[in-house]
Design a protein around this ligand. Structure first.
Ligand code: UDP
Ligand code: MG
Length: 211
């Protein structure tokens, strides 16, 4: 096992800005709701068959503490999460006061973040490190919209779930949307650093790179 400094330097090298778009990396977590539905193989297949390269893969049981580190703690991120709930409540004419005791998006976001941590630590996740052309955007496209109700057919969320924010809020839980995928370069760097060690990452070529 490399010591912490050695590990940090190796990870920094692995996560250096890509010299070519095909070197972009992103993190996927197959969430406990998908693992418990036996969708691991189906999900992996979709990324692989599209032409993205899996360079790290493992089933792990995350703790609430792991997910507290995984999801940003900034006021902006939490407020944005709360705002999405506020929008959903407006759309369906639900009462925020009744369900959350507040209409403040930051306060609601904090409650929500806890539901998310509960869901993510409720069973094992499969962590996948994916590399490939515009990996972040391509993976998000394959995964689909946050709310499976609005995710297009052909996407993972659109093919395997009907859940919605409306349904999840009413049951006081996070949306069962099967997959976490990094949303941008900064998230990808932080999340890969959190979930992977250098010895868990493989370097090899897919056939497309050789022809
Ligand atoms: N989430 C939710 N209700 C919402 C918005 C988000 O339950 O109204 C949960 C959902 O599980 C989502 C996660 O919070 O995957 C993180 O939210 P984000 O906006 O980052 O969505 P994603 O990047 O996963 O599409
Ligand atoms: Mg996100």
């Amino acid at each position: 096992m490399p010591n912490n400094n050695e590990k940090l330097n190796k990870m920094k090298k692995i996560l250096a800005d890509p010299k070519h778009p095909k070197e972009e990396k992103t993190l996927v977590l197959i969430k406990p709701d998908a693992v418990k539905r036996g969708l691991v193989g189906e999900v992996i297949k979709r990324f692989e068959s599209r032409g993205l390269k899996i360079i790290g893969l493992k089933m792990v049981q995350g703790t609430p503490k792991d997910f507290d580190k995984h999801y940003p703690k900034s006021k902006a991120w939490i407020t944005n999460l709360g705002n999405r709930t506020v929008e959903t409540y407006k759309k369906y004419n639900y009462s925020l006061k009744k369900d959350f005791g507040s209409e403040d998006p930051f306060k609601i976001g904090k409650i929500f973040r806890n539901w998310l941590i509960d869901l993510m630590s409720s069973g094992p996740v499969v962590k996948i490190l994916i590399e490939g052309v515009h990996a972040i955007d391509n993976v998000r496209k394959i995964v689909g919209d946050t709310q499976p109700t609005f995710a297009l057919a052909g996407t993972i969320r659109g093919d395997f779930s009907v859940d919605s924010a409306g349904a999840a809020n009413k049951s006081r839980r996070a949306i069962h949307n099967l997959i976490h995928a990094s949303g941008n370069k900064e998230e990808a760097k932080n999340e890969i650093m959190l979930w992977f060690t250098p010895e868990e990452i493989s370097d090899y070529k897919r056939v497309e790179e050789l022809i």
